[in-house]
Design a protein around this ligand. Structure first.
Ligand code: PLP
Length: 483
């Protein structure tokens, strides 16, 4: 589905409903330089420098384009340690858009997770959720907690027609509460647009059911709203009852079902920073003292006042469908295009990016040789496009040091909000098709240096054979002097 403006030709084109007024020059360096850059970065796309990257599709975090109104607001920022007018404006935006009276500002999403987990989790407790996010899991376990992932049955199937793969399974949730006892459950965590399974939304109906279960057992419901704007948009598109509702109404309905809402403003509001908000004064008071300890005073929480102004405007813009839909519409376009070319991608199209299924793209590479990491390296080599591995490299080893193969091996190509144009997206698809036709030339990777924690960020790898050179040779054969 693209937007509501139909083309006479019948083509499904995600028409941009904004114009570009500030641009940044990009560099598409020659393929030989790209091979060298890969070698220098240990075949880990996190370690590439952007002067070697053409389209940076690593992440949608802090890389979104701001609107003219956001940039303008940054100039009126009120530099005050305490009682800043910028904070007052942000608080008003949180009340208007998210419908929550109290706000604790934090420097980014994971800082909110730190504060929430420290406050509410006791060792041995269990947090049921639709699915984990890397930093949420880290903070829960850091505080002695465990997680129970209760996704619906087909959530991990690559190709599916389920419009709400981010739904929690209500029966599994009931059973989990029965098995562990509600006193051992500090809260239920629902993540909007479930990030790690391909940016898949939950439905409002599902969230209402979770609310009902939470009420019945007296358990708190926490919403990770980092990708809330797009979840709300997909509810409008996919959940019949909400077809004619405004985004403003949908957003408030979702946040209204949760006791605590937290978010990374690096995504929601296309700015930087984060926040925890609630209508419950007691919950607020429990967390309040930790903000000056870890983040900064209560009216800035480690965020620059300029970013606070941009966040306030960005939150209001989340209610604007023409602004929110650009990224999911472009993702749907790319997903459809790749699917038509026979390239395995996660469906239905989700938010934040297009997810290529490396396990079936590179059937010949065993999971022990990291097919998603290899595909990310190979794709950068032949296109200059930087994606991110979301597979076994992004996971952790067990206590004995054995590799735990991850559920999915995905190459994630993030589409930061309002950043890329349609011709750039067509380039992504074109180069992906070439790589798919030459996929037998891609080989595996092995670790050369493996850090003990969060190894995917700084680890270095090497190809298990001379495959990068063979891929480069075929590229030269087909493209000649073209970059
Ligand atoms: C990015 C993200 C976070 C963490 O936010 P940071 O600002 O990167 O710390 C938490 N949850 C979800 C769903 C996210 O996408």
């Amino acid at each position: 589905m693209t937007n509501n403006i139909q083309f006479y030709s019948g083509e499904n084109i995600p028409l941009e409903l904004h114009k570009v007024r500030v641009v940044q020059k990009l560099h598409l360096v020659p393929v030989e330089r790209r091979l060298k850059a890969l070698q220098e970065s240990g075949f880990n796309t996190f370690k590439l420098n952007t002067n070697d990257v053409f389209l940076d599709m690593l992440t949608d975090s802090g890389t979104n384009a701001m609107s003219d109104n956001q940039v303008a607001a940054m100039f009126r920022a009120d530099d005050a340690y305490a009682g800043s007018q910028s904070f007052t404006r942000l608080l008003k935006a949180v009340q208007d858009v998210l419908g929550k009276e109290f706000l604790l500002p934090v420097h980014q999403g994971r800082a909110a997770e730190n504060i929430i987990c420290r406050t509410f989790i006791k060792p041995g407790q269990i947090v049921p959720m639709n699915y984990h996010f890397t930093t949420a899991l880290a903070h829960i376990t850091e505080n002695g907690g465990k997680i129970a992932e209760l996704l619906c049955d087909d959530a991990l199937e690559i190709q599916s027609t389920n419009p709400f793969k981010g739904n929690i399974d209500i029966h599994k949730l009931e059973k989990c509460i029965q098995d562990h006892g509600s006193e051992n459950i500090p809260f239920i965590r629902m993540e909007a647009s479930t990030n790690l399974i391909g940016g898949q939304p939950f439905s409002i109906h599902n969230l209402q059911q979770v609310r009902e279960v939470a009420d019945r057992h007296g358990i708190m419901l926490v919403l990770d709203a980092s990708l809330l704007g797009e979840n709300a948009f997909l509810v409008k598109q996919r959940e019949k009852e909400w077809k004619n509702a405004s985004l403003a109404e949908i957003l408030k309905t979702i946040t209204g079902l949760a006791d605590l809402v937290y978010f990374s403003a690096r995504k929601l509001s296309s700015s930087r920073g984060g926040g925890i908000c609630t209508n419950n004064r007691t919950l607020y008071a429990k967390m309040e003292t930790l903000i000056p300890l870890f983040e900064g005073f209560l009216t800035y929480g480690g965020i620059s006042v300029r970013e606070i102004e941009a966040m306030a405007v960005g939150l209001y813009e989340t209610q604007d469908e023409t602004i929110i839909r650009q990224s999911p519409d472009s993702i749907a376009f790319l997903v459809n295009d790749l699917q038509q070319k026979g390239i395995p991608v996660v469906t239905p199209a989700g938010v934040l990016g297009c997810h290529v299924d490396a396990m079936s793209f590179c059937k010949h590479i065993p999971q022990s040789e990291y097919p998603a990491g290899a595909l990310a390296a190979a794709f950068y080599l032949i296109s200059g496009i930087r994606g991110m591995e979301r597979g076994t490299i992004s996971s952790v080893r067990d206590e004995q040091g054995n590799e735990i193969p991850s559920d999915l091996e995905l190459l994630r190509l993030a589409l930061p909000r309002r950043v890329f144009t349609l011709s750039q997206i067509k380039y992504v698809s074109d180069r992906m098709q070439w790589l798919f036709d030459n996929r037998h030339l891609i080989g595996g990777l092995r670790f050369v240096y493996e850090p003990p924690v969060l190894r995917f960020f700084m680890g270095t790898l090497a190809p298990t054979s001379g495959w990068p050179l063979r891929l480069l040779a075929k590229f030269k054969e087909d493209f000649g002097e073209s970059l």
